[in-house]
Design a protein around this ligand. Structure first.
Ligand SMILES: [Zn+2]
Length: 82
């Protein structure tokens, strides 16, 4: 299952985030604020709809607290990742 970096929208395998390169992610529980792709720099090329979706997902991630698995399942249920 994948989770999404809410800064740039890049999907990441949950195992990678938790076990392979955990130091490369700026996380607050289920919320990924920066990943190796963006390093926390907001992309200027995202359209407003995508930016607003990522902002909404960041809010949802906060509701999941430390439950990264639960957030990944939520994203999958919403067909936002595969
Ligand atoms: Zn990112």
């Amino acid at each position: 299952m994948d989770v999404i970096c809410t800064c740039c929208g890049e999907p990441w395998d949950i195992y990678h985030v938790l076990h392979e390169e955990p130091q490369a992610f700026d996380r607050a529980g289920a919320l990924i604020k920066a990943c190796p792709c963006c390093r926390g720099r907001r992309r200027d090329d995202l359209n407003r709809r995508t930016r607003s979706q990522l902002d909404a997902l960041a809010e949802a991630a906060r509701l999941f607290g430390d439950d990264l698995d639960g957030f990944a399942a939520f994203l999958e249920d919403m067909s936002l990742t595969y």
